[in-house]
Design a protein around this ligand. Structure first.
Ligand SMILES: Nc1nc2c(ncn2[C@@H]2O[C@H](COP(=O)(O)OP(=O)(O)O)[C@@H](O)[C@H]2O)c(=O)[nH]1
Ligand SMILES: [Mg+2]
Length: 182
C-alpha cells in the first residue's frame, strides 16, 4: 500500500446476514448478489459462508453471511450474528413451514444482541413458482402484526419482499432496502 491510499475514501462496511430454513435459497441469493465480481471466503467447519462485495457506487463494502439453516450448527452460527446491519429472514413462498420458521430464526437472532439501526427484510423467495405459492399478502400482514406487537421498535426498519433468485425479480428492491441509509 502506498501513501496515496491514505486519502482514498474508505468504503463503509455493511454486514448482511441471511437466516432461514434449509433449501429456501439463501446460498443462491448470496451468489446472485455477488455477481461475478467478488471475493469469497469459506468456513466449512462451521457451515457458514461469507462473500464480500464492493459496491463502489454507494461506497460500501458489503459482506453477506449465509448460514447453514440446519439447527445442528446454531451455537457455531450465533458467533456470527453480532454487528449485523441488515438481517434477511428468508423463506420459500411454496413452503408454509419455512414462512412460520422466520419467527423462530428471528428469536434465535435477537438472543445474541442487535444494533439499534438493524434493518430486517423478510424475503419470500421462488416467486417464479406461481402455481405452488402457499404464502400470500394475508399471511405476510399477520406476520407484520406479530412483529409490531412483539417488537414494535422495528416498525420502521422491517419490510416484506417477494423475489425470485432464479429470475432476479425483486432482488434489487430488497437489496436496496437493506443497504440504504446504513
Ligand atoms: N425455482 C426456484 N428455485 C430456487 C430459487 N432460489 C433457489 N432455488 C433452488 O432451491 C434449492 C435450494 O437453494 P439453496 O440456495 O441451496 O438454499 P439454502 O439451503 O437456503 O442455501 C436449490 O435447488 C436452488 O436451485 C428460485 O428463486 N426459484
Ligand atoms: Mg445454503
Amino acid at each position: 500500500m502506498g501513501l496515496a491510499s491514505i486519502n482514498k475514501t474508505e468504503n463503509k462496511l455493511v454486514k448482511l446476514l441471511i437466516l432461514g430454513d434449509p433449501k429456501v435459497g439463501k446460498t443462491a441469493f448470496r451468489k446472485r448478489f455477488a455477481g461475478n465480481n467478488f471475493d469469497k471466503l469459506y468456513f466449512p467447519t462451521i457451515s457458514i459462508d461469507c462473500t464480500n462485495i464492493t459496491d463502489n457506487k454507494n461506497h460500501l463494502a458489503i459482506s453477506v453471511w449465509d448460514t447453514a439453516g440446519n439447527t445442528d450448527y446454531l451455537s457455531a452460527m450465533k458467533r456470527f450474528y453480532q454487528n449485523t446491519d441488515g438481517l434477511i429472514l428468508m423463506y420459500d413462498l411454496t413452503n408454509f413451514d419455512s414462512f412460520k420458521n422466520t419467527v423462530k430464526w428471528f428469536l434465535n437472532f435477537i438472543s445474541v444482541g442487535i444494533k439499534p439501526s438493524l434493518k430486517i427484510a423478510i424475503i419470500g423467495n421462488k416467486n417464479d413458482l406461481q402455481r405452488n405459492m402457499r404464502i400470500n399478502e394475508f399471511h405476510q400482514e399477520k406476520l407484520r402484526q406479530y412483529f409490531i406487537e412483539n417488537f414494535g421498535k422495528f416498525y420502521n426498519s422491517l419490510d416484506f419482499f417477494e423475489i425470485s433468485v432464479l429470475t432476479k425479480e425483486g432482488l434489487a428492491t430488497a437489496i436496496n432496502f437493506l443497504i440504504s441509509n446504513v
